[in-house]
Design a protein around this ligand. Structure first.
Ligand SMILES: *Cc1c(COP(=O)(O)O)cnc(C)c1O
Length: 420
């Protein structure tokens, strides 16, 4: 069956034909067959240079040899034991070594579980209930964070099935708005357990804080005994050896990881100082558990991945990012387009608008129709990026110069066609 036929079939058995909503795009998504290095192949015989990389995890490219080797060996000697393993200790040490805020780690199965547990821990530790997040931030699909801003920032459910009573324990306010944070903290400081933030807003494109914004969050949380959580599910092991907290030189109380950490297998983790982390069960009374927590496959994938992610790999990854972002800037200038290229390290995106872009409201004013056209033409030309203005594109270490030059030409031609 080809992708079109498979999608018709899929819709009979899977709601919307997919297992996660972003994967569905018009008229139908391509169905993947294989992926190797920087390329993903579909069942229709097309090959694409992949800048989606599973929405972030694939920093070493598809089918990285050492991961295949190590995980295959692990498959043969057991995939689930229900007991602790030496490898968990090793990966925990590796995470702690790289992560300034971390003395201890708990491994879970997804980024969603990581933020859910980190928020519970923050509530347990502070004995307060309220959570502050930023509009448009994505922290997984659990009730406390699937919340949008109502009046005064008081949360409203962002999905059917979430009780108002749950949502109103979360405030959602505009990113980059120090005034809004000040106001909220002033009014509710004795109730706020945590401020959770993506150090780079990777779920509304690729939006950075204004200079000093993360530091401001660090200071105001410290002054008010509020825990600061960096949701580094995207930025963790992506931006730098020590993740965003090293890149921006701001150290949170708790961090959440996922995506890259599993080497392509399901994983999540949260980490922080010993005093806080020891409140987790069984050493403490904040409940957290999971059948597949610390499972041998994801852990061995993670160890192999972090071993490969040495300091020099970030230099070469970031150079690739610089090249691609530079070529995008050139194209936009040459074609005189009112677009805003963004990104850092090995992340990039183009906002289909100009002017100041500071928060979710600003991103929403992008020309989404034009973006969709850009996405479609890129795909037709052999480049796969996430199908939304609100996602971020990623580069892997498997992308070579030929891939990057080809991509920069294709992006140029595509922009030209979109705005002809
Ligand atoms: C992807 C993502 C999550 C959720 O991770 P899952 O593994 O999909 O549950 C949480 N936070 C951020 C910042 C993410 O990008």
């Amino acid at each position: 069956m080809n992708s079109r036929e498979l999608f018709i079939e899929a819709k009979k058995y899977l709601p919307g034909g997919v297992d996660s909503p972003i994967r569905s795009f018009n008229p139908y998504p391509f169905f993947a067959k294989e992926a190797h290095g920087s390329k993903i192949l579909d069942v229709d015989g097309n090959s694409y240079i992949d800048y989606c990389l599973g929405y972030g995890p694939g920093i070493l490219g598809h089918g990285y040899k050492d991961i295949v080797k190590v995980v295959s060996r692990q498959l043969a000697i057991g995939t689930i034991y229900g007991t602790p393993t030496e490898n968990e200790v090793e990966l925990a040490k590796m995470v702690v070594d790289r992560t300034r805020c971390a003395e201890m780690v708990r491994f879970v199965n997804s980024g969603c579980e990581a933020t859910m547990s980190a928020i519970r821990l923050a509530r347990g530790f502070t004995e307060r209930n309220k959570v502050v997040k930023f509009d448009g931030a994505y922290h997984g699909c659990h009730d406390s964070v699937l919340v949008k801003s109502g009046s005064d920032g008081v949360g409203k459910p962002d999905s059917l099935g979430i009780p108002d009573d749950t949502a109103k324990n979360t405030f959602s306010i505009p990113f980059n708005d120090e005034e809004a944070v000040n106001c909220l903290v002033d009014k509710h400081k004795d109730e706020i357990a945590t401020i959770i933030v993506e150090p780079v807003m990777g779920n509304i494109g690729c939006l950075q804080g204004k200079p000093g914004f993360l530091k401001f969050l660090r200071d105001i949380t410290e002054e008010n005994d509020i825990l600061l959580i960096f949701d580094e599910v995207i930025t963790g092991f992506r931006l730098a050896y020590g993740s965003a907290q090293e890149y921006f030189n701001v150290v949170p109380d708790l961090v959440t990881f996922g995506k890259i950490l599993g080497g392509g297998f399901s994983i999540g983790a949260f980490a922080g100082g010993k005093e806080i982390m020891e409140m987790i069960t069984p050493s403490g009374d904040v409940y957290q558990a999971g059948t597949f927590n610390g499972n041998p496959i994801s852990i061995s994938g993670g160890i192999t991945t972090l071993n490969a992610l040495n300091h020099s790999i970030y230099e070469s990854l970031n150079k690739k990012g610089d090249f691609l972002r530079g070529s995008i800037v050139d194209s936009i200038e040459n074609l005189s387009l009112n677009l805003t290229p963004v990104g850092l390290a090995s992340m990039f995106q183009i906002y289909f608008r100009d002017g100041d872009i500071l928060n979710y409201e600003d991103v929403k004013k992008s020309d989404l129709d034009k973006f969709n056209l850009y996405f479609k033409i890129l795909l037709k030309n052999g480049v796969f990026i996430p199908p939304s203005q609100f996602e971020c594109c990623f580069i892997s270490n498997a992308h070579n110069n030929e891939d990057l030059e080809k991509t920069s030409n294709i992006i140029h031609d595509t922009l030209k066609e979109v705005f002809k």
